[in-house]
Design a protein around this ligand. Sequence first.
Ligand code: BES
Ligand code: ZN
Length: 849
Amino acid sequence: MKDAAPQTIYLRDYAPFDYVVDSVQLTFKLTPTATRVTSRIAFRPNPATTTRDFFLHGEQLRLIGARIDGKSIDPEITSTGLRCDVPDAPFVFEAEVEISPDTNTALEGLYMSGGMYCTQCEAEGFRKITFYPDRPDVMGVFTVRIESDLPVLLSNGNPVTSGDGWAEWHDPWPKPAYLFALVAGDLVNQPDTFTTMSGRDVDLNIWVRPGDEGKCAFGMKALKKSMKWDEDVYGREYDLDVFNIVAVDDFNMGAMENKGLNIFNSSAVLASPETSTDANFERIEAIIAHEYFHNWTGNRITCRDWFQLCLKEGLTVFRDQQFTGDMRGQAVKRINDAVVLRAHQFREDNGPLAHPVRPTSFVEINNFYTVTIYEKGAEIIGMLRRLVGPDAYEKALDLYFTRHDGDAATIEDWLKVFEDATGRDLTQFAKWYSQAGTPRVAVSEEYTDGTYTLTLRQHTPPTPGQDHKDALVIPVAVGLLNENGDEVVPTQLLELTQAEQSFTFGGLASRPIPSILRDLSAPVILEHEQTSARRAFLLAHDTDPFNKWDAGRTLAQDVLVAMVRDGATPDAAYLDGLAAVLRDDGLDPAFRALVLALPSEDDTAQALVDAGDTPDPSAIYDAHETLKLHIAQHLQDLLPRVYADMTVTAPYHPDADQAGKRTLGNGVLALLARIDGGRQAAAQYTAADNMTQQLAALATLLKAGKGAAELAKFEREWQDDRLVMDKWFGLQVSCAAPDAAVQTAQKLTDHPAFTMKNPNRFRAVFGALAGNAAGFHHPSGAGYALLADWLIKLDALNPQTTARMTAAFSTWRRYDAERQAMMRAALQRIADTPDLSRDTTEMVSRILD
Ligand code: BES
Ligand code: ZN
């Protein structure tokens, strides 16, 4: 059935549903192409509303029959739902529908993945399962019966009873339909238990396909650590007898927090040293924590409507960031988060897809699970915590949980809790939720007679549909150093609330060197002209690890911009500063690795745009290559020593200490290859007993134009492991030289293991193509054309993943006229595709407008 004409939904139109759901009973008779779903839902008129419109969402459902209070009815059915007359008193609505999980390639609603049934209902997938008020403010208590010959039958809540070919589940916690889940399959589990702080035992399971049971242990440990951490840090205890996690191969996202039954993309839970990299382990630990933390921030307190998405996602991301910081080191975690924030969120905020953390309208909600809602949403919570302090933050959170437990809440509710707990007026702060765009904060300094004056000016450029911007509350953490590198004024939090504001520091013996926006205390761009000598000084001496790193990063960025612009040779201040950091054994290897890493080619493109230039991806690629060669030559004597120092002799463990050493060792390995032609990398590949070392060596070889034999060997070794093969597909494209990337991607689509139906595999190839800047933006336009061809094909199967990937074209305005024309043509070709999904239509039109 074709989608109805796309409709824009507005926050201002919010109205509660006219009926309340008291209970829901669902029965699933599972068959691949004709699953029967019967529902029995107890409704009553909502005393809080005066209108009486009984409309239930429903899409792609075949109605077999419907009844009200036992009497058959003949409701009006449209492509979006069902409407009928109902009593003005409590009543029971029953329906039987037929759906076809086996042909559901969109992976939304009930679908099949590798012989197993599973669901994905957030945001609006439940309406593809049965007729229901599919909105987060309608909450009900669900009882579910599953009938199937498959051995493992799971749903939300606690198990009730089961027999041969059936099982019943009951979830005592009222929940919105988006948290519903069902799984049926031939699965094996790795059981464990957790005793909560009040002494209740909870059964924990990670369910996987037979053969994957050896890859569950790490995820289980991560789950138990998350449960403990949420008790210790937020006082939050788990609230059911069981917690189930299921690994699914075909999944659009990373994972989903369904009540008591989290469903994970297998890439986000399965791990072993042989098949997973350190980065995979870290991501798995973070995602397990994130979905677990949703049990309180998302499930117990949910969102009134999807405009409030950041209420659960921003807060839960903030919580998982705190958790990862506690597990693996705050400084390195903050830098990693800042890299993502700047590379993706600042970019989104600066282009056609910019939107507020709480948007005011959308066409397809799936398009709003964005870095802005997630990462900037998390930054807003971080700023709040900085402004009120950790103790008041804790008090406010306690109040939030007691006041809103069981609610479908709003951002207003959230801010009110902080106002009530702290007595602070958050009217101006609230603008962070409604105003899009990244603020720029310009710095000027003055020093006279022992008094230092720092003047900060804030300015937010216009974004689509928002020309005027107000001044925001910006917490700016500042410390002052003297010329010896001693901290003469420790970190203070300045509150910038006006367009321009000055702050003075008295009693100084000499002109201080400021360290501004420490720990990236706000998601803003600092505009602070400084000499490279000053930046090198901060790289060497800043006591704030974030700003120490950032000084090096800015130096590197300036070097790259100068190289692209006028072929300058790299500044010695940068190369010497880098050498000093690399040599400093007192610094955490993970930190040193971050200083060694260059800005991405896309970062350099943006830096050139900011400097008023039109970026040329080919020239940027060349500059990056040249700089790496310069660095390798400059550090020639140091590299072998550092590489040797980073050798881990203990058995592989994915902890932060070992991982940090490998990250630095592999950063050095990539530089060494520019001198030794890949000799060391080939040796590492042969010796590797874990995926981190194997993959890093292979990547280095491929980038050096070598590694054909290793690549073939890798394929033979790993052809039966889907997740490892995703790496094999992706690496070839991401490591391809600019002239070869498109052809490599194209050729991989002919490989027998390539499939469009698996989002991980599709993203491995085409996500890597979009991420290979010089390859994707090849002057021939072949990158644009190939991606457009495949997105058009994918849209017919999987609109959600297609729509997300169109964002690769969102920077089209940056480039020269030829590239702009080719990118626009590719976008237009997607837009003109007959029957294009609502998801992709919305994205392409926003990008083009
Ligand atoms: N609730 C989301 C999953 C989701 C996203 C469902 C979009 C439907 C549409 C989940 O909690 C989530 O945010 N997952 C992230 C990972 C997380 C660590 C940020 C994901 O899947 O990428
Ligand atoms: Zn989430």
